[in-house]
Design a protein around this ligand. Structure first.
Ligand code: 3PG
Length: 219
């Protein structure tokens, strides 16, 4: 009988390196909720064609885990993460599905501790200095600021840069082509997340075009 060899989880420093690499590749991270299973591949392909290859698939619909599994199998060149991970059970499920990174909208002590043991890097959600300090004490240095615009947007990020000089953020929630450049100009912003480019009511090519147009704003 062969026994699975359990490897220790990567160190926080290694996870931070992975997050930095995927955020640098992403610049803009689509936050995707799959409404219909048949949308999984065409939506991912439209984003990919527009230049967005790092995708956060939320667990807000019943198709989230399926989407992560299928994209890992059928689009291995994409970087596929899981979003809306709310507790350690969801964390285990997305790990099993093959998620390459994990995003949560907020932070609980239990989730932060569970993710420390996970081989997959997590970007915990925060909305305040106190929440950052809870994650900081456990070693986290990269966070999702959510909901970014409601939390004070670029002004909040500038202010947080004072006490938290070694922390970098992925602001998400209310980011759009109207404010994307202002966010990305901040030294403590590593990428932005959002859903504005996902409107497919005018077809998949509209998603490709919205993605390409958003990325072009950053060149
Ligand atoms: C998220 O959960 O991160 C948001 O739904 C994405 O925010 P947006 O829809 O305002 O872009």
């Amino acid at each position: 009988m062969t026994q699975a060899i359990s490897r220790p989880a990567p160190s926080m420093a290694e996870k931070i390196d992975s997050i930095d690499a995927l955020c640098a590749r992403a610049r803009i991270m689509p936050v995707i909720t799959i409404a219909r299973e048949e949308d999984i591949l065409p939506l991912a392909d439209a984003l990919d064609a527009g230049g967005l290859q790092v995708l956060e698939i939320t667990l807000r619909s019943p198709h989230g885990l399926t989407a992560i599994r299928r994209l890992r199998e059928e689009r291995p060149h994409l970087c596929v993460g899981a979003g809306t991970v709310l507790d350690r059970h969801m964390l285990a499920a997305v790990e099993e599905a093959g998620a390459q990174f994990i995003v949560s909208p907020g932070s609980t002590d239990d989730l932060l501790r569970a993710a420390l043991q996970s081989p997959v890097p997590m970007l915990p959600g925060v909305a305040s200095a106190s929440e950052i300090m809870v994650g900081y004490a456990l070693g986290y240095r990269r966070f999702k600021l959510f909901p970014a615009e409601v939390c004070g947007g670029t002004a909040a990020l500038k202010a947080l840069g004072g006490p938290f000089g070694d922390i970098r953020f992925c602001p998400t929630g209310g980011v759009s082509t109207a404010n994307l450049q202002r966010y990305m100009a901040l030294p403590n912003v590593m990428c932005v997340g959002g859903s504005w480019m996902l409107d497919s009511s005018n077809g998949w090519d509209a998603v490709r075009q919205a993605s390409a147009e958003a990325l072009a704003l950053l060149d």
